[in-house]
Unconditional design. Sequence first.
Length: 278
Amino acid sequence: MKSIEQVKRGKQKTNKNHKTVHRLPFTVYPSSHLSPLTSHQLQRYNRNMLIEQIGEEGQKKLSQAKVLVCGAGGLGSTVLTSLASVGIGTIGIVDNDVLELSNLNRQYIHKFENLGKIKVESAKKWINEFNPDTCVNTYQIRLDENNYQDIVKDYDLIMDCFDSFKSKFLLNKIAVETGKTLIHGGVTEFFGQVTTIIPHKTACLNCILPQEDAYVIKGVLSPAVSVIASIETMEAVKVILNIGERLENKFLSYDGLNMKFKTINLAKNPDCTLCSHS
């Protein structure tokens, strides 16, 4: 994957010994502000709450969290289904496409019968049927610098599930400008990457990757997509609960062909044209 190799070649911009773990500027709701779980939720999320780091208080935080998923395709399919599974209270879905047959090798949130239909509505229907507790907001638009503000402001963090680097760099810019935490994921063929971007604290996407305007359609395999999307979702859970060691100033690359993971430590680029003065 070109972008991963570019990061590997550009290690002089990273700090191999950088071990700092930043805590996020994420909304932490006092226990008194968390809505109690219903008897249905207590039963449904029982296996979540048996985990020491989650418990009932953690599940309340998940149920109150608001996550914006940008892209309802391959990455978005796994991210959306996983967020709904863990009990995220509000999910926003941004995508302007309609479902095509060639999408179904990896975009399993959509059904064959929904070919030709709007992706955000197809995804919303799946979530509503699977978990009625989750509130789903849909935005059938092409996100740009002129229309993002009224959408992004209502969410706690942003999930990058777009399939073009142009769109990914747009999300990166939006995150830096709004201060919203961005969980970036990308995948092609057997390979993928994930990093968690905390504006003003960690390296942004612009710090570590060259911008590319060209959009070249490449092959992509469903298992590779699901691996990267699952890691993105795990990062989201840890961000919301403020637990564990996250991929902050870390770039995780995945090579599914040779079954290898590699983590590259990062640092903000002092010459970054986007975030160096933020």
